[in-house]
Each structure stands twice: as structure tokens, then as C-alpha cells.
Design a protein around this ligand. Structure first.
Ligand SMILES: *Cc1c(COP(=O)(O)O)cnc(C)c1O
Length: 423
């Protein structure tokens, strides 16, 4: 599509947008009595208006029924999580039995590493991306130490080449092959949080399996952002949070994928708790853990109904919109942002987009590397009602999301940058 840098053009795209009604289903934070230009759904997604009623329904149930809420009505708490499986499976490309919603992201990452990082003999190393989100780095480091290894030796990081910002697919695959015999696990982000690069998860999984390693992804920046086919890609496990692109509230619950190959295997070692125990005999309170079939068999504790109620409301919007439609709009929105940035009369030495240009290698987010006075630019933007996100040392992350952002939002952001740089 050929874009134009005018308000009228941006508004015409909004009018033609089949998803335009969804913005009205969210609260847009205000600045001086007007909607902010909120480009921060990669950090904390906005609140669906339906979330409060969903939460209040559970509060009312608790007030009226007390403990009986566990076994009363359609959305009874005892099986509440099962109502989230189908819509979750649609977002990540899984079978419903392969996903479960529980806990929080880093906790779930550890639970998965217990099952899928199983060092044996020479095969004890983990391959990951350099510059992974710190929580993932700490999780891997502590798991490796837990098994008695030295992280400096047991964690292999694939880094961008000298002078480059993003990882080359061929470098990831080659490094997997080079370390083949030593690799127990390949574990990366699906989308790098800093650069916004989407990794070729199918190719990485295939390469990991070809050398005999297992393969998992942290989808914090991928779930609800890009289309995923976890089952077909044969990924072993994945985890994600729900408060970024999935709009399910600060510190919200998290999702887990375990491929059915493993999910149906009761012998697979895991940390166990009563909520993963066979539901039909759970309340017999007997010794001897018998895991539920599927990803549910990794549950530890009884469900966190309040954050899950919010998540359920949010998942309903994803079902109404459809991931394919969201992705189609997202490519246009981010494409428009890229077009406007390219129009800035600004040398690469001042401002550079480090996110890949290829649409299939990125999601909503573009990461702007600001070489001079980046923090100052970020603060000026924030003071003028643009909500973005700053990452040290000099990156502004800009993430127009297809559920609630408009082409006009993107246009206004571009206009501000033109005024700032071309003044
Ligand atoms: C946001 C994010 C986290 C945050 O972890 P929590 O356990 O939800 O606090 C972890 N990893 C990645 C890759 C993230 O993007």
C-alpha cells in the first residue's frame, strides 16, 4: 500500500478499518482532557471496558456464595481455568489441551525449565539470545546453577554481528548446529523485547530438534501480537504474560503451552501441586501425584479467579476480532509508522529504527535508537501526551496495537517528530 503523510489520509485508513469499533471498548488514558496517543501496549495493554464487570461478577459471586462459588454455576471456580483454554489456544495456535492459564510468567518459565531443561552427560548447555529480557536471563542462570553448572560455560548466547542490531537467522541456526551435541535446550524470546525482532520459531525449533535438544519460547512480546502456530511448529513449551498485548491487567495471570507430545506423558518430571493432580480424585487428598493429562497437569495452586476473570474478558475481544485480522491491521499500522519515520529529514546518526524492515520479522513495535538526547526526546513526548516506553541506554519503543490504536495516533506521533527534528 502507498501511504501519505496527511491527517486526511490517516483518517481515511481509520474509516476503512474493519476493526475500528474495538477502540471504543477500551479506556484510553487522558492528558489535559484529551486521549493520549498510547503506543505502549507492549508494556501494559489498556483496560477493556468489559474487564470491570467481569471482575465484579466474581466479587459478587464471592459475596453471595462464599466457598460455594467453587462449585456453583457455569463459571464455577473449581474449573474456571478450563474456560480460558479454547480462546487461549486460538491466540497461540495450539490445541486446547496444550495450554493452561496460571501463575505469572517467570514462575511458569521456571516450571517449564524444570521439565524441559534436563541436562545429561555432555548435553547440558542452553542456547539463548544475547540481550534477552533480564528475568529470562536470571531464570536460565539460576536453573543452570541449580543443576551444578557454571552459567558462563553452560549458557551460549547468540549475539548480533559487529555493527548490527538484530540477530541473523542463519547465525542462530549455525550456532545451534555448532553446539549440537552439547545442547540440552534452546530457549529464546519469540519476539525480542528490545529490538522488536520476531524470530523464526519454526526454523529454530526444527534446528534444535535436529541436534537432539528441546526448544521453548518466552512469548511475552509475541502473544496477542503476532500469529503463532505453536502446535504445528512442534515447539516443546512456551510461556507468556497477559498484561502486555493481551490487555489483562498489571501483574496479570500468565499462559503456558506444553506440546501434546509431552503433555500426555505422565512420566515427565515436574514440580507438582494439588491443582495438577487428577481432578476426579483431587479431593480424596491421597498420597501419590497423578498428573492431569495436558498442560493442566503443571498447575500447582487453585486458580487466581480475579486476574483470570479480567483475562477472560480480554480474550473475548481477541475472539471477536480474530488474530488474523489483528495481524493484518498491525502490519499496516506499523508500516505507516515506518513510512512516517522514513520521511523525517534526519540522518541515521541521529535516529535509527533497529527493528527489522521485513514485516514477517517484526510485530507491532518499532524500536527507535536515538543517538543524541534520546531521554530528553522521550520526556518531551511524554509531556505532550504520547505514552511510550524508554529502554536504557537509548531506545524508545513505539508499539501501535491494532485493537485500540488508530492510524491517526500514528500520524500524530509522526507529526510531533517532524516538528521536533525539522524545527
Ligand atoms: C515482560 C517480560 C517479562 C516479565 O516477567 P514477569 O514474570 O511477568 O514479571 C519476562 N520476560 C520477558 C521476555 C518479558 O518481555
Amino acid at each position: 500500500m502507498s501511504f501519505q503523510n496527511t491527517l486526511a489520509f490517516a483518517q481515511s485508513l481509520d474509516q476503512a478499518d474493519p476493526l475500528r469499533s474495538f477502540r471504543g471498548q477500551f479506556y484510553i488514558p487522558q492528558h489535559n482532557g484529551k486521549d493520549t496517543v498510547y503506543l505502549c501496549g507492549n508494556s501494559l495493554g489498556l483496560q477493556p471496558k468489559s474487564a470491570r464487570a467481569a471482575l465484579e461478577a466474581e466479587m459478587a459471586k464471592w459475596a453471595e456464595l462464599g466457598v460455594e462459588g467453587h462449585f456453583t454455576g457455569e463459571n464455577q471456580w473449581f474449573t474456571y481455568h478450563t474456560g480460558l483454554a479454547e480462546p487461549t489456544a486460538r491466540v497461540v495456535g495450539a490445541k486446547p489441551g496444550e495450554v493452561v492459564v496460571m501463575n505469572q510468567l517467570t514462575v511458569n518459565l521456571h516450571l517449564m525449565l524444570v521439565s524441559f531443561y534436563r541436562p545429561q552427560g555432555q548435553r547440558y548447555k542452553i542456547l539463548t539470545e544475547a540481550g534477552a529480557f533480564p528475568s529470562d536471563q536470571y531464570a536460565l542462570e539460576s536453573q543452570v546453577k541449580f543443576h551444578g553448572f557454571n552459567p558462563d560455560n553452560a549458557i551460549i548466547e547468540v549475539a548480533p554481528r559487529e555493527g548490527e542490531h538484530i540477530l541473523r537467522a542463519e547465525d542462530i541456526i549455525r550456532t545451534i548446529q555448532e553446539h549440537g551435541q552439547e545442547l540440552a535446550l534452546v530457549m529464546m524470546g519469540g519476539v525480542n523485547y528490545y529490538t522488536g525482532q520476531v524470530f523464526d520459531m519454526a526454523a529454530i525449533t526444527q534446528a534444535a530438534h535436529a541436534v537432539g535438544a528441546t526448544c521453548g519460547f518466552d512469548l511475552a512480546h509475541a502473544a496477542g501480537n503476532v500469529t503463532l502456530q505453536l502446535h504445528d511448529w512442534d515447539v516443546d513449551f512456551a510461556v507468556w504474560c497477559t498484561y502486555k498485548y493481551m490487555n489483562s491487567g498489571p501483574g496479570g495471570t500468565s499462559g503456558v503451552f506444553v506440546h501434546e507430545r509431552h503433555a500426555q506423558n505422565p512420566e515427565l518430571p515436574r514440580l507438582a501441586g494439588w491443582w495438577g493432580h487428577d481432578q476426579s480424585v483431587r479431593f480424596q487428598m491421597k498420597k501419590g501425584f497423578i498428573p492431569m493429562a495436558g498442560a493442566e497437569g503443571w498447575q500447582l495452586s487453585n486458580s487466581q479467579i480475579l486476574p483470570m476473570a479480567v483475562h477472560k474478558a480480554s480474550l473475548e475481544l481477541f475472539d471477536q476480532a480474530g488474530m488474523e485480522n489483528l495481524r493484518a491491521k498491525s502490519e499496516q499500522l506499523t508500516g505507516y509508522l515506518e513510512f512516517l519515520l522514513k520521511g523525517l529529514r534526519q540522518p541515521k546518526e541521529a535516529l535509527e529504527v533497529i527493528t527489522p524492515e521485513e514485516p514477517s520479522a517484526r510485530g507491532c513495535q518499532l524500536s527507535l535508537l536515538v543517538h543524541q538526547n534520546g531521554r530528553q526526546l522521550f520526556e518531551t513526548l511524554m509531556a505532550n501526551g504520547f505514552i511510550l516506553d524508554w529502554r536504557e541506554p537509548n531506545v524508545i519503543r513505539v508499539a501501535p496495537t491494532p485493537l485500540y490504536n488508530t492510524f491517526e495516533d500514528v500520524y500524530r506521533f509522526g507529526l510531533f517528530l517532524v516538528a521536533h527534528f525539522n524545527q
